[in-house]
Design a protein around this ligand. Structure first.
Ligand code: HEM
Length: 210
């Protein structure tokens, strides 16, 4: 489908002003993206952005309702919402299950040699619960100083959708608080520990108490 769409856009007078159009027009000197590169970027966006962006919502609601004092604090001061979102994702160990990296040279780490060209898979979510980095990492605190978190990755490959994901989360939480200020958990959530992409909640029952 995407190959057809890319061919259609290339043949048109203008490639359009959406994401695909911008990629087709992107230029660095004489260098432009070929069809496979455009396809790769669009596919990465779809794959990276679909499950994560929907899966985060139950994790955010659960973290807040399981910590009613923090839910109350957020209701009292909604300006804490941005911090509360990242804190909930940290606390919930939410995020990509397995970040892949290849060693550019032989690297010695904690007694293990990773040889040049070898692949390693990093459990990035564990970083948010590392007791050497965070005070009481198992505690959910929406006022926590989250400097140095890698919930959305870091460096050259930092999440391309982080502003979108955070905006969606913010809209959802502010609306949820407005509509269901007295919400409580009905039961603990069930999860799919084998999910390929994110820490996935399969069922979350909430009492709205309205
Ligand atoms: C709560 C939601 C999300 C979380 C926790 C999350 C987390 C991450 C993390 C940790 C990385 C770094 C991967 C690495 O270092 O290899 C990443 C990369 C990426 N994310 Fe997200 N993401 C989320 C939502 C989204 C959304 C909504 C989109 C797109 C609309 C998106 C698109 C991408 C893309 C394209 C990359 C790859 C960037 C690159 O390699 O240059 N993500 N994300």
């Amino acid at each position: 489908m995407l190959q057809g769409l890319i061919a259609e856009r290339r043949a048109a007078d203008s490639p359009g002003d959406d994401f695909i159009g911008v990629l087709l027009e992107a230029q660095d000197g004489d260098d432009r993206l070929n069809d496979w590169e455009v396809l790769g970027i669009v596919a990465a966006m779809l794959a990276a952005g679909s499950d994560t962006a929907s899966d985060m919502h139950p994790s955010l609601i659960y973290a807040l309702l399981d910590n009613p004092d923090q839910y109350e604090k957020l209701k009292q001061d909604p300006s804490l919402v941005d911090n509360a979102i990242v804190e909930a994702l940290r606390y919930e160990a939410f995020g990509k299950t397995g970040l892949h990296r290849y060693a550019l040279e032989d690297v010695e780490f904690e007694g293990i040699t990773v040889k040049r060209g070898e692949q390693i898979i990093i459990a990035g979510q564990a970083a948010g619960l590392d007791p050497t980095q965070w005070d009481n990492p198992q505690e959910f605190d929406i006022t926590r100083d989250l400097n140095g978190n890698i919930v959305f990755g870091t460096g050259a490959h930092v999440c391309a959708g982080l502003f979108l994901a955070k905006s969606q989360a913010k809209l959802m939480l502010l609306e949820f608080m407005k509509r269901f200020p007295n919400a409580t958990l009905q039961e603990m959530p069930t999860r799919d520990p084998d999910h390929y992409n994110a820490r996935h909640v399969t069922k979350l029952l909430v009492k709205t108490n309205i």
